[in-house]
Write a protein that binds this ligand. Sequence first.
Ligand SMILES: NC(=O)c1ccc[n+]([C@@H]2O[C@H](COP(=O)([O-])OP(=O)(O)OC[C@H]3O[C@@H](n4cnc5c(N)ncnc54)[C@H](OP(=O)(O)O)[C@@H]3O)[C@@H](O)[C@H]2O)c1
Length: 246
Amino acid sequence: MTAIDGKVVAITGASSGIGEATARLLAGRGAAVVLGARRTQRLDELARDIRDRGGQALTCATDVTRRADLDRLVGRAVAEFGRLDVLVGNAGIAKIGPVADLDVDGWSSMIDVNLRGVLNGIAAALPVFRRQGHGHLVTTVSTSGLKIVPTQAIYAATKNAVRTLLEGLRQESTDGVLRTTAISPGVVRTELVDSIDDVQVREQIRRDMNAFAIDPEAVARVIAFAIEQPHDVEIGEVVIRPTVQG
Ligand SMILES: NC(=O)c1ccc[n+]([C@@H]2O[C@H](COP(=O)([O-])OP(=O)(O)OC[C@H]3O[C@@H](n4cnc5c(N)ncnc54)[C@H](OP(=O)(O)O)[C@@H]3O)[C@@H](O)[C@H]2O)c1
């Protein structure tokens, strides 16, 4: 038995990278996981693999930009497992590049996925958490919001908007029902680099990833650490980065 055993955890962006690693780790420690993303084939393969190892996993096609999809994801957890203990709002994209490139569509996509996606998750999960009398909201923000660097201004802005949102929500939720955790990873070896359209920036990030990125399992362990604390203990913010990242 672990403190994660029996918890019901919904994860957005579960089809690869940090979300997938988190699903595997939590399911391995006894959580029932509900996996959301758009690539349903990847989700189904992951869920099958978790079940083959004796875990509990369900999938739910989820585009976080659509409010109704988040309602369905949360509803699936409650319908199948009776409640939702944790929502990991992890889906994200990085359409990074210089602001002067005026990639307005890329900016909008990042706002829609990275910020609106988390808001949609909150709108779906908060009433359930309040009804249950407990709940935990975990989000994946970024060290991009802590050390602001060229090409990452809009991405960092979406991540810092979420950081601000969670702190505000925390201040409004000191009755003990809700825990909030914002995790800021540095460079992590995932498919995120593929969402970068600017070729030069993409290749630079790919070089960084190849040179010193940490594995997504490291971030999953931090998420597990936040979840496994007793309910009166809130891990508010964690920064996790490669030791050599500047
Ligand atoms: N890798 C890093 O260095 C790093 C550093 C700091 C923070 N982060 C953050 O960590 C989170 C996870 O990213 P990752 O690094 O694990 O990259 P990843 O492997 O590319 O995973 C991103 C996930 O987000 C999902 N996603 C994207 N758009 C979506 C949408 N509209 N609706 C639902 N799901 C969507 C993707 O699934 P589908 O495409 O199947 O929908 C995928 O599962 C992101 O929020 C990212 O910003 C990553």
